[in-house]
Design a protein around this ligand. Sequence first.
Ligand SMILES: Nc1ncnc2c1ncn2[C@@H]1O[C@H](COP(=O)(O)OP(=O)(O)OP(=O)(O)O)[C@@H](O)[C@H]1O
Length: 376
Amino acid sequence: MGIEVAVEGLTKSFGRKNIWQDVTLTLPAGEVSVMLGPSGTGKTVFLKSLIGLIKPEHGSVTVDGVDMVNSRERDVYEARKLFGLMFQDGALFGSMNLFDNIAFPLREHTKKKETEIRRIVMERLDMVGLVGDEGKLPGEISGGMRKRAGLARALVLDPQIILCDEPDSGLDPVRTAFTSQLLIDLNAQIDATMLIVTHNLDIAATVPDNMGMLFRRNLVTFGPREVLLTSEEPVVAQFLSGSRTGPIGMSEEKDAATLAREADGSAAGAGPLNATSRELVPQLEPTAGLPERKAVARRRERVKGMLGQLPPAARSAIEASMPQPLPKRSSQRNGGPGADVGTVDPEAPTLAVDTSSEPVDAPTNAADTPSNGERT
Ligand SMILES: Nc1ncnc2c1ncn2[C@@H]1O[C@H](COP(=O)(O)OP(=O)(O)OP(=O)(O)O)[C@@H](O)[C@H]1O
């Protein structure tokens, strides 16, 4: 199972420019989390801080007992091996074919024999649907294939934490949908803790167990997906609806006068804030044939314990997604009065805000999703 990442009071500035301050959150072990935020709010800086590549001036990031911010470099280097990183462009070496790119971390960081390296590389290529393309150079394949190759490379050292920086950037909507499915399938197969940075609302709505958002140098929220997806916080509502009305402007945050004009409806062409028409769509299920995500049951128990602290809309969305208790069976069996009481009505309505706990035959995406992937 993946490892929890505990972030406490993290603050980062470059010179006099503060990027974010006092960020506190926990990425629950083995669950998938998404970090949203307008451009330039420091999402990539946050990812790099988690692995100790960027050093915040205050706070801590604890991974397997190591503080990635304040520990000795040798310990941070060791702990970094727990992470798999997928960067925006795949970050592949242009002169190496895909096989050698994916084999690179194994050759660099392990003493494995070439036959073992070949087995692992081919298995990871299979997971991301790239078997047959291993001889190609990065320049000879599409952007989406490069991303998947980057993901395969992120997986070769069996990471327990996977960080993906904008896995959708530059992809068309169909490839983005396949990528969403790939990320869920990956979580089902390896049960790693995952954090995905994205602007993409489809990924945000369908992939994560937990969601957070950075804005105005602060973490606006972080918690179960239902909290952010039902939030009426203006910045969250604006982001999720893609509206021009709200606190997010083109370059910087809007000034108070613009916000006041919008509030009284006089801002030209801003469009309505469409918060109320948002619907909670079901979270993706792993592709048929893959194991269930172990995170689902763990998360259900975890979230049950926090229901009382959540806003009402989030609470009812979560309650609706919980498996409904079976009606009690009658004590009088064998055809006596009431013998039918308690039989489960297959037509009974179910509340389907989040069906992730009930395995169903999800549509298969044969072309781009893993064909199978038992981990060794
Ligand atoms: N090494 C650095 N030195 C100075 N400033 C930096 C450095 N790295 C990032 N920044 C600044 O930090 C801010 C946040 O950048 P970051 O790339 O994390 O934003 P982001 O939220 O990931 O944006 P986008 O969604 O557009 O990718 C930017 O203003 C950027 O210029």
